[in-house]
Ligand binder design. Structure first.
Ligand SMILES: NC(=O)CC[C@H](N)C(=O)O
Length: 375
């Protein structure tokens, strides 16, 4: 069935839906990973975005129950060059089209994804609309333009949990007591994880490495967190503009120096704001599995998994207080920071991978070491 993709600047692409009728509006972004479409679709950081995959053949290994990064699909729509509806993989339990349909997410194939990506790359991120229902080109462009966009909006409130939960046997378990989260370690570290749209692999890795993790809603107060008496605090990834997330920056600022803190992606940006810095929107973002990041201390380069459209402004940081520890070798943007006085560090990229290279998993060990030192 025919589908139109319209961008706010008037550009139109014509493709076909492989998931039936649908319509979605959002920021059009692209991901350059060669595989990992299930993890990308279930990453809550894509809330409000329409994801285009640059790899030309998608769907060929199906969907399986183990690779979920949250309990739902988050992008507003999914755009690909060619859909393969005959998955061949021993782990696959369903097709990508069925998975998208289960979550009412529109999937469109059969158009020049490379032209779309090159357009965004040269003109910058854009608002867009995808539809099988409205095929009037002028109306679609108008509707893409009138969408509010992501800048300044709080998208975290759409995806954060309502109630605290723990993690056991590869799934969330309700409860507010650390003991609901199980680990094989006889002396587990107690970690409170702020859920800004957390990816399950962050919880899998923390648990595997001997932590009992208690996940809490984004609006949890500093007093509530301190009353839980954690050994460390983890700040997750999440969707949208960090400057649009209300209340959280003050909470994190008041926890600085009281407990060791590790932040990933939105968690890193929120730490940047808590340090008194600011963030800005990148031209078209970094999304993929091959972003080169240099550790400025060791000179080592890691190939990293990334998904972000905003970034901490290095000029805004007080360098007496905060050290930039990592930079992106493609555009020199800030990829990591460390507080000089308090036990707190963060990265813009995704050491939990899922999908992507595992080069940066050691950062979870670095966090655990920092927490143990501060007990
Ligand atoms: N993965 C993330 O946490 C993304 C952070 C933020 N939403 C951004 O786009 O920059």
């Amino acid at each position: 069935m025919k589908a139109l993709i319209a961008l706010e600047d008037g550009t139109i692409f014509e493709g076909r839906s492989f998931t039936g009728h649908g319509e979605a509006v959002g920021e059009i972004v692209f991901n350059t990973s060669l595989s990992g479409y299930q993890e990308i679709l279930t990453d809550p950081s894509y809330t409000g975005q329409i994801v285009t995959m640059t790899y030309p053949l998608i769907g060929n290994y199906g969907i399986n129950p183990e690779d979920m990064e949250s309990a739902a699909i988050h992008p507003m729509a999914f755009l690909i060059k060619e859909y393969n509806g005959f998955p061949s993989n021993y782990r696959s339990t369903m097709s990508l089209a069925d998975f998208l349909q289960d979550y009412n997410t529109l999937g469109v194939e059969g158009f020049d994804t490379r032209a779309l990506v090159r357009h965004i790359r040269s003109k910058g991120a854009m608002k867009g609309i995808v539809s099988t229902k409205d095929l009037d080109r002028n109306s679609l462009v108008e509707r893409a333009r009138s969408w509010t966009g992501l800048v300044g909006r709080n998208m975290v409130k759409r995806v954060t949990c309502d109630e605290p939960y723990g993690w056991a046997s590869n799934r969330p378990v309700p409860g507010t007591d650390f003991s609901t989260a199980r680990t094989k370690n006889p002396n587990p570290l107690r970690i409170v994880a702020f859920d800004f749209g957390i990816k399950f692999n962050q919880l899998r890795l923390l648990t595997e490495k001997g932590c009992q993790v208690q996940v809490v809603p984004a609006t949890t107060t500093a007093d509530t967190v301190l009353a839980m008496n954690p050994d460390g605090i983890f700040l997750s990834n999440g969707p949208g503009d960090p400057e649009g997330v209300e209340g959280v920056v003050e909470t994190i600022r008041s926890l600085l120096g009281k407990k060791p803190i590790f932040g990933i992606c939105l968690g890193h940006q929120i730490l940047g704001l808590a340090y008194g810095g600011s963030t800005y929107k990148l031209k078209f973002g970094h999304r993929g599995g091959n972003q080169p990041v240099k550790d400025l201390e060791t000179g080592h380069v890691e190939i990293t998994s990334q998904n972000h459209g905003f970034c901490v402004d290095p000029e805004s940081l007080d360098r007496e207080k905060v050290e930039v520890t990592h930079i992106n070798l493609n555009d020199n943007s800030v990829e990591g920071m460390r507080h000089r006085k308090f036990p707190a560090f963060s990265v813009q990229y995704h050491p939990e991978h899922a999908p992507g290279p595992h080069d940066a998993v050691y950062l979870f060990d670095r966090f655990i070491e920092m927490v143990r030192k501060n007990i």
